[in-house]
Design a protein around this ligand. Structure first.
Ligand SMILES: *Cc1c(COP(=O)(O)O)cnc(C)c1O
Length: 492
């Protein structure tokens, strides 16, 4: 299986090369040349298998230049009872007969990013071995809060790598900032940026595409790569949890194999929902995919109108991991639904970069309508959903998941619906607590962890416990136009 660029500007390469490179150096993202179909009830035969066994089967389809032994080793290292606190890895919670919550937050950092980032570093290091690389890899990460910590934990002390994380200094929760700033490891670096997530992401993408920066870093003995969902090695592991969750619904007799299921995905960079789309294209019986946004509803508007317009106000919401106006993985989706028209995609991406807006043609819009239903929730609706679900269904939602529950709720059809829980409610404790109990004034965010535990009867997520007792190990801060300088300072 080869990987090609969404902008038709790179030769076809192996999976290991695509993962080590992270993104196409000339701009563009790597996608598989074709989507492997599961034939002869291959999916159905996996009912009752473990997450690890399912992961191996899916990964083998896409990573054809990796040996079976290496894939098994990567999977075992990533998904085990030390890194995840539930045997199913991604357990389902039942709200009612038609609605299930897919808990994707049982990994070390309490967000769904762990499902990918426990595995990505292993795939990357294995890829480096195949390529006989003599250079080290410098991982640059832009984060709206959750990717940063998950990537730091995934890459911490991984031989042959340095990781540098950039996050919006005033755009993440206190818990998120502390999680990152207290990370140990000899190869971890964390920088707060005086800007928003899009500033961080654009700067990092520019560094990847910059000839001078690439030449400079090569002289220092490094090659750049990415742990954001622009890296195929980040996206691929996410296909697995759609397959596993569907098969577990069959195992638990909530559905019969073949019954169509709707998935609701709280969306920012469009990575997670794209993984669901790939699972569907492989033949998993997924019906509708709901793209749920917060007040930064650039995607809702795009799916309704066919016009992507990022020239709008940016809101800091109570679901900050979705505060994104430039949704990177949409590029992959557009490439797929235009039948791999790299010229068209490159044109749209140029328009977006230069003018902040692009409009798709009617044929592309029809394909968008075929696959995706988009909706959004305001902050007030998000809070109201948390309160109602807690009181009526005795289930504690985080803010991002609540956006999904709200959008799913207004679109219930005949199918069973699975709503992705992308973070533990304890990760966004202030917003969650206040949604249920009302304004809690000046109480420290960290004190609220215990209060939420008492209120809900759920234990504080282990990744968030005693954060205030940990030593702050990272204190870098920079302006948004100094991100490249920080990279040079750290690696120089
Ligand atoms: C990253 C994140 C999202 C958005 O996922 P995308 O793959 O970027 O669409 C949603 N919720 C939470 C909690 C996240 O951390």
């Amino acid at each position: 299986m080869k990987y090609i660029s969404t902008r038709g500007n790179h030769e076809a390469i192996n999976a290991s090369q695509a993962i080590v490179l992270g993104m196409v150096p000339e701009g563009g993202l790597f996608v598989p040349e074709e989507i492997p179909a599961m034939i002869d009830s291959e999916f159905e035969k996996l009912v009752g298998k473990s997450y690890q066994e399912i992961a191996e089967v899916i990964l083998e389809k896409y990573l054809t230049d990796y040996t079976k032994e290496d894939i098994i080793k990567c999977v075992k290292g990533a998904y085990n009872n030390q890194s995840f606190d539930h045997e199913d890895i991604v357990p389902l919670a039942k709200l009612d007969d038609k609605r299930y919550i897919l808990e994707l937050w049982h990994g070390p950092t309490a967000a769904f990013k762990d499902l990918a980032l426990q595995l990505t570093p292993r795939l990357l290091v294995t890829g480096m071995k195949y390529l006989k690389m003599d250079k080290k890899v410098a991982i640059l990460v832009a984060t709206s809060g959750d990717t940063g910590k998950a990537a730091l934990e995934g890459f911490k002390d991984v031989e042959g790598t340095e990781i540098i994380v950039f996050y919006p200094a005033f755009g993440v929760s206190k818990v998120q900032a502390l999680q990152m700033k207290t990370t140990g490891g000899k190869n971890t670096h964390v920088v707060a940026v005086d800007g928003n997530f899009d500033d961080c992401q654009s700067a990092v993408k520019e560094i990847f595409a910059s000839k001078e920066m690439n030449e400079w870093v090569e002289k220092k003995g490094y090659e750049f790569s990415s742990a954001n969902s622009i890296n195929w090695g980040r996206l691929l592991p996410q296909i697995v949890f759609y397959v596993a969750s569907y098969l577990n619904l069959v195992r638990d007799k909530a559905i019969k194999y073949g019954d169509k299921v709707d998935y609701v995905v709280p969306t920012g960079n469009f990575g997670n929902i794209l993984a669901a789309w790939y699972a569907k294209q492989m033949g998993l019986p997924i019906d509708r995919l709901f793209c749920a946004s917060n007040t930064n509803k650039v995607l809702t508007d795009f799916f309704q109108s066919g016009v992507y317009d990022r020239r709008r106000e940016f809101y800091q919401t109570n679901s900050p991991s979705m505060d994104i106006l430039i949704s990177s993985n949409l590029e992959r989706f557009l490439f797929e639904i235009t039948g791999h028209d790299g010229v068209k995609v490159a044109g749209w991406m140029d328009e977006l970069k230069n003018n902040g807006i692009f409009a798709v043609d009617a044929a592309t819009k029809a394909m968008m309508d075929k696959y995706i239903v988009a909706g959004f929730a305001t902050e007030a609706e998000t809070s109201a959903t948390i309160k109602r679900t807690f009181n009526e269904d005795q289930y504690l939602l985080d803010t991002h998941t609540a956006v999904g529950v709200k959008v799913g709720g207004e679109n219930m059809g005949e199918n069973v619906m699975v709503i992705d829980a992308t973070a533990s409610p304890f990760k966004f404790v202030k917003s969650v607590y206040e949604a249920i109990e009302g304004d809690c004034g000046e109480i420290e965010e960290l004190e609220l962890l215990d209060k939420l535990e008492a209120l809900s009867g759920e234990a504080v997520h282990r990744g968030l416990d005693a954060l205030d007792k940990k030593e702050i190990l990272h204190n870098r801060f920079c302006k948004k136009d100094q991100i490249a300088e920080q990279v040079m300072d750290i690696l120089g």
